[in-house]
Design a protein around this ligand. Structure first.
Ligand code: FPP
Ligand code: MG
Length: 374
């Protein structure tokens, strides 16, 4: 079992650099008053002291990894890590690994690698989406600029590759393939932006690749580093894939039905960006489709590049009401529940134990974020 880290990835760097990194880490904690022992925000995790401890190790290793000797660079590379996050992907790695051996160094490495890919992709995503906020803070591109955000994201991805290489060829290939999946999902989303005709096939392709692939890979990696059987690893991957889909549908619904306080960014951003998600695609193909299409059109860039780039409360309410009326919100929730049921079927094939119960609770927790009457 892993003890509290004497030194994570950063501590593998040498001599004076190591000293400066230690100074950086002090200021990392101090600058925002963030305790390195992060609070567990996932249900049921506290019941597993080894996982809770493992997540502290992951947090320390992440901190060491994102810091470089130059504090001005570290400020950008550590920015999103400091901003918080639920660490769903690392938790999945650790939970998955518990179906095999006890949590070892490989599990911590795998957990760090998947979180770095996730964080790196968010740096890039905010540049692509021209987002000003992330996790309730100004985004990196807003705080610095696009080039810095891209390069800081690249740095995190490079660290994920370096750590992935320590896990061996199969894990390394999985991480690389997953990076490719993220890019494929994001590309399909972009090529369909503002397309009122985009259909469900496009939607599933986008979310399977941009979101479910990494969550699935996290659960699969957990099984792999825990040395579980091929069958258990595949079932974990299937569970991760399905809850990844649930996660994204919930996220897409939250953009429509939540407040800024609840999601840490203004609601309705997907509509402004021309990202038409499951409820919207359903609504566009229903009886209110024409009305919805008219409400969405002002956001589409005109020939001279002009467009509305903010959605008013009145418009958002109107769109929400039309979607409610056409049963589109309910449709999306039902789809999410179907995928949650498929996730539970994958879990049912795994050995019955408290970890399996925690995974089941995690699936329900993801959907419970959506503030809707069930
Ligand atoms: C957030 O989704 C973004 C993703 C899940 C994936 C982003 C992928 C890329 C930018 C491709 C390039 C990736 C790498 C690793 C080089 P969202 O925009 O739906 O959610 P948000 O509201 O949190 O931004
Ligand atoms: Mg985005």
């Amino acid at each position: 079992m892993i003890q509290a880290h004497a030194g994570g990835a950063g501590a593998r760097e040498i001599g004076r650099t190591g000293f400066r990194l230690a100074r950086c880490r002090q200021s990392f904690g101090a600058s925002r008053g963030i305790a390195l022992a992060t609070k567990n925000t996932l249900p049921g995790i506290d019941a597993f002291p080894d996982i809770a401890r493992g997540l502290v190790d992951v947090e320390e290793a992440l901190t060491d990894t994102v810091l470089v000797a130059d504090p001005s660079i570290s400020e950008t590379t550590s920015y999103l890590l400091k901003a918080g996050g639920k660490r769903v992907r690392p938790a999945l790695v650790l939970l998955g690994s518990k179906f095999g051996d006890s949590i070892g160094e490989s599990a911590i490495d795998a957990a760090v690698a998947v979180e770095l890919i996730h964080l790196g992709s968010l740096y890039h995503d905010d540049v692509i989406d021209e987002s000003d906020t992330r996790r309730g803070l100004p985004s990196v591109n807003a705080n610095w600029n696009n080039t810095i955000a891209i390069l800081a994201g690249d740095f995190l991805l490079s660290k994920a590759s370096e750590i992935g290489a320590r896990l061996g060829r199969e894990a390394s290939e999985l991480l690389a393939r997953t990076l490719g999946d993220l890019v494929k999902g994001e590309l399909r989303e972009l090529t369909n932006a503002y397309n009122l005709e985009s259909g469900l096939d496009d939607y599933w392709h986008v979310i399977e690749n941009k979101t479910a692939a990494l969550i699935s890979a996290s659960a699969r990696l957990g099984g792999m580093v825990g040395g579980t059987s091929q069958q258990v690893t595949n079932d974990l991957a299937e569970y991760g894939f399905r809850i990844g889909i649930v996660f994204q549908i919930a996220d897409d619904l939250l953009d429509l039905v939540s407040t800024e306080e609840e999601i840490g960014k203004p609601p309705g951003i997907d509509l402004v960006e021309g990202t038409y998600t499951l409820p919207v695609i359903h609504g566009l193909n229903g009886p209110n489709g024409d009305q919805l299409g008219k409400l969405l059109t002002p956001f589409t860039p005109a020939a001279d590049g002009s467009r509305r780039n903010e959605i008013g409360d009145a418009e958002l309410t109107e769109i929400r009401d039309l979607l409610r009326e056409s049963g589109s919100i309910t449709y999306a929730m039902d789809q999410a529940r179907e995928h949650l049921a498929a996730a539970d079927q994958a879990l049912a094939r795994l050995p019955a134990n408290p970890v399996r119960d925690a995974l089941e609770a995690m699936g329900e927790f993801i959907l419970a974020r959506v503030p809707l009457p069930s």
